[in-house]
Unconditional design. Sequence first.
Lengths: 251, 251
Amino acid sequence: MEKEGLRAIATQSALFSGLSDELAELLLSASTTRQLEKGVVLFHQSDAPERFLQVVSGLVRMTQISAEGTQTTLRIMRSGDLVGCVCVLQQFPYPATATVVEEAVVLSWRSAQFLDLVKRHQAIMENTLRIVGRYTKEMVERIGDASLKNVERRIAAALLRLAAQAGRQTEDGFELQFPITRDDLAEMAGLTYFTVSRTLSLWQKQGLVSSGRQRMTVFMPDQLAEIAYGRKQTAACLRGPNSGKSMQRPI
Amino acid sequence: MEKEGLRAIATQSALFSGLSDELAELLLSASTTRQLEKGVVLFHQSDAPERFLQVVSGLVRMTQISAEGTQTTLRIMRSGDLVGCVCVLQQFPYPATATVVEEAVVLSWRSAQFLDLVKRHQAIMENTLRIVGRYTKEMVERIGDASLKNVERRIAAALLRLAAQAGRQTEDGFELQFPITRDDLAEMAGLTYFTVSRTLSLWQKQGLVSSGRQRMTVFMPDQLAEIAYGRKQTAACLRGPNSGKSMQRPI
DNA sequence: CGTCACCTTGATGGATATCAAAAACCGTGG
DNA sequence: CCACGGTTTTTGATATCCATCAAGGTGACG
């Protein structure tokens, strides 16, 4: 990617949002640009945070490995997303492994250098805080998804997340932009790939999705959302009538 | 609580950390103090964020309700914790309901007022960012816990979280400071209270814990941690030998 | 001392993991 | 172009674990 194109894309992102030209220039010039092919690992779970990255193009997958040895995809990062930001700010070990799943261009800052910039410039800190906040919100939503018991719901929720993070809208619906296996989905939903396969077969018959080898298109996202989050038989209202104090299981 | 005692406790927290005396005074004086009895709801899930709170004393429980209508306890907040901070900063609806589970004193800022303070004072923003970051980290860990399939692991993980957030160390181990039912634990672990009861009975026989009616003491936290996170039969190594690029399931 | 909420334990069923085997798909190299 | 091998996917049979249902016990509190 030529230098100007990169600059144009990078400076449109949330991290650069609202910065003065000089400040944006300063931030950009402190970074190095890297082009990374599919399969490259940016960092490993539990590594010390040395670098802070912004995805300019391509896709990066964040995966966590559990105590049981099973991998879980936390989310897919794409253009504009910050990778490893929380860890760099807090000097925590990375909680997940970052792998390129579609050839990517990233901006990269050394940990200490970025910390310095953040501390020195209020506007950068403000942007960082906003991004971290959004990330937190997504994690909280993901916890909600993980607590779903119904299998179809979990798969639907996982698919919708993926579509939002790495989907391309086509005439038919959302198409996932990178090769996704049944096993990947199973990981995200906390199931086996057998169960995922059976469920997808069912949905395919119903015309909800189309899926082949490492390929996935969601035809009817609305209906998927209905499956995932829709009130069905379990019509427990999200909010009781008691809006004031008390009740709500006063434990 | 008398005014001076409150001030002493509040200004020791992470939010006030490193602030100049004047700034701390400014921040403190912008807040109102509220004493809340058990059962009071600070805000409901999906409410617009009107207030931002710091717990000074007591305990507040954050619970989320899923699409299936099941409640999940996200975490217990105690002295020094910020409640609703992310939402206020981003103007997101609260993702969870906050309920007092042990008589609490909280500082409360109006949303707009706190936003103003944060924007105006770098030091406050820095503290906020740090706190939000820590919160994010906990949520990511929680996602890992939620992906555990083994029942004992999930219960152990939930108990350890609770002990860390609301446990008091006694001569015997960690004792939970507020009434906790089997059902509460079941929620946190994504199980039924029958299963929790059976598991706790087993652990009690083994001397790991002692639990009665709404009461819970962990005698051997190390062993619980071993159950939750210990490598057992599934000795899948956390990090493969390939530390450089490539591999790691190049999808 | 009765009532209510919480807890325990047993029996059963159902959903999903597991095991097994074959089919579809893709890249590769003859 | 076609045959081959490996990977992914599908489908079926079985086993297992946990939710569900049922019944009774226990402790707290009026």
